[in-house]
Design a protein around this ligand. Structure first.
Ligand code: ADP
Ligand code: ZN
Ligand code: MG
Length: 542
């Protein structure tokens, strides 16, 4: 098989994502008062409504509607005041009602977008000659599972910002979101005695209805993504936004956030869409990237050998890096979708929508821009710190306590503390380091009292003892001489002892400075700051 970059020389990959997110921060299910829990005994959290008993009447969970409206506002969607629930019929034991309650052509949230900033290595996946206007090359058409047209209102706002823009180290591109609708999860089935936990050949199938009726939101993108890396970054960004607004714990691992990847190929320059396949089991960011990469290469091979891509659902196997067919595509007609007569249409008030907006808080992009502007951070660092609300507030508290500026705090957090948290299984919330300790450490690094290599040792000791960075540095004799007069004395002593190297430097061999710094460090038993020695040597030698 060809590699991704070989394939993308001749073909354009077109990718759209469908992302399901469980509203894990809610207390109760979508249409009944049953508890939402992952720990309770099987079938403990059930009632006539979620078991689909005759005559039971559903009542929508207002908090769930708040959550989806917030998700829509945070992704620049138009909030539809008037929408309703539909029944999507199918027969399977995981849904006792024999239909899933979902939404029809009009979802609570329509036509939003997320802007991606792609830097460095990942940006290289997109060929240099890729078209700048994705909206034109992927006309929004009749392509949602709910029978809607999904026609995109190209308002002035959207029309002005639809283009890919190249930056110094990559590019930015807006990705349109077609819709975010509300639906409910099905029960969990466990098949015993068969191969690989599949129903085929199983001796027994167990059903746990605790999960049945869990509120889910499904976000569907337009087919605007062009590389596996863009798909991965879209998912990462969406996760950050949903975490920031507090609607879910967004765990790909546990499945509270799941993503299906739709992908097709077309010849470069072609504007109609090719036949797509849909990938399942993309339950990590790596699988999302690698599954799409594999599938793009597989489709290219099929097409180049004169075959056709079948519209089918495929399962990604990360261990073997391949996708296998699960089922051939069913169509929307198969589901007999119609309005649910038990649930009145919605008529959301402006007050309700505004109260949701008021609860949004600062979104990751706004936070990144603020960190960049007020603390003078590098954009990528500001983005990394703004990515997680707990990390961002840890950073802000530490920056407020630091005497020598926020840049050093950011560096210490990103380069030292994150690694230590990872190794200890901690994070900003459960950290055994306090923001004040980190501020103290950052100050010592900023003033040159310790070098960054020593910061790791100090951070580990701080976590263990609870002491301040200063106390540890002094107790361990790590403090480096920062007084220029004392350092200058060492420099003069070394230059007097090494006249040959000094002459070499003056005649243009500036590499010899490394040797001279080493001699200075030796002369002071490692208590001087090498960076400052370097500067003082250069000054003395010119
Ligand atoms: P389905 O009915 O199979 O679920 P939809 O039309 O609802 O398909 O689209 C699902 C996702 O697939 C959306 O994100 C959409 O942008 C994307 N998509 C649709 N057609 C294509 C295509 N030809 N190539 C790639 N992605 C596509
Ligand atoms: Zn219930
Ligand atoms: Mg689909």
């Amino acid at each position: 098989m060809k590699t991704l970059s070989e394939v993308l020389r001749d073909w354009e990959a077109v990718i759209g994502l469908e992302v399901h997110t469980e509203l894990t921060t809610l207390e109760t299910k979508m249409f009944c008062g049953c508890r939402l829990s992952h720990e309770d005994d099987p079938n403990a959290d059930v009632c006539p409504v979620c078991l689909g008993l005759p005559g039971a009447l559903p009542v929508p969970n207002k908090e769930a509607i708040r959550s989806i409206v917030k998700a829509g506002l945070a992704t620049d969607c138009e909030i539809q005041k008037r929408s309703m629930f539909y029944r999507k019929h199918y027969f399977y034991p995981d849904m006792a009602k024999n239909f899933q309650t979902t939404q029809g052509p009009v979802a609570f949230c329509m036509h939003g977008h997320l802007d991606l900033e792609i830097r460095g290595q990942g940006a290289a996946e997109l060929p240099a000659d890729a078209p700048e206007d994705r909206r034109a090359s992927t006309p929004s058409s009749a392509m949602n599972a709910h029978g809607g047209t999904g026609a995109l209102a190209l308002d002035e706002d959207a029309a002005g910002e639809g283009l890919l823009t190249r930056t110094d180290d990559g590019y930015t591109v807006p990705i349109r979101i077609l819709r975010i609708h509300m639906e409910e999860d099905a029960a969990k089935m466990t098949h015993l005695g068969g191969s690989e936990g599949r129903i085929g050949g199983a001796a027994e199938s167990l059903i746990d209805y605790n999960r049945c009726g869990t509120p889910l939101i499904e976000l569907v993108t337009e087919p605007d993504l062009r590389t596996p890396e863009e798909a991965r970054l879209f998912m990462e960004k969406l996760r950050r936004v949903f975490l920031a607004i507090g609607i879910s714990d967004c765990s790909l691992e546990s499945g509270s956030m799941r993503c299906d990847g739709n992908v097709s190929l077309r010849r470069k320059g072609e504007t109609t869409l090719g036949t797509k396949t849909e990938l399942k089991n993309l339950n990590s960011f790596k699988s999302l990237h690698d599954g799409l990469e594999y599938e793009i290469c597989r489709q290219a091979q099929v097409l180049e050998e004169g075959g056709v891509v079948l519209q089918e659902t495929r399962h990604f196997e990360p261990a073997r890096k391949r996708t296998v067919v699960m089922r051939v595509k069913e169509t929307a007609d198969d589901y007999r979708l119609f309005p649910d007569p038990d649930l009145a249409p919605f008529d959301l008030s402006d007050d309700f929508i505004e109260s949701c907006r008021a609860e949004l808080g600062e979104l990751p992009d706004a936070k990144r821009d603020r960190f960049e502007a007020t603390f003078n951070l590098k954009r990528a660092d500001a983005e990394a710190l703004a990515a997680d609300p707990a990390l961002a507030s840890f950073f802000e508290t530490a920056a407020g306590a630091a005497a020598r500026g926020a840049v050093s705090v950011a560096n210490v957090l990103l380069n030292v503390v994150l690694g230590q948290w990872r190794a200890a299984g901690e994070d900003a919330k459960s950290s055994s380091l306090t923001p004040a300790q980190v501020a103290g450490l950052a100050d010592l690094v900023a003033e040159g009292a310790i070098v960054s290599a020593q910061a790791r040792e100090v951070a580990a000791a701080m976590a263990e003892t609870g002491e301040s960075a200063e106390a540890i540095v002094d107790a361990r004799g790590l403090r480096q001489e920062t007084d220029d007069d004392a350092l200058m004395a060492v420099v003069e002593q070394v230059l007097a002892a090494c006249p040959d190297q000094a002459a070499q430097y003056r005649s243009g061999n500036t590499k010899v400075i490394g040797y001279l710094v080493g001699q200075c460090m030796r002369a002071c038993n490692g208590t001087g700051n090498p960076k400052r020695f370097n500067e003082l040597l250069r000054e003395s030698l010119t």
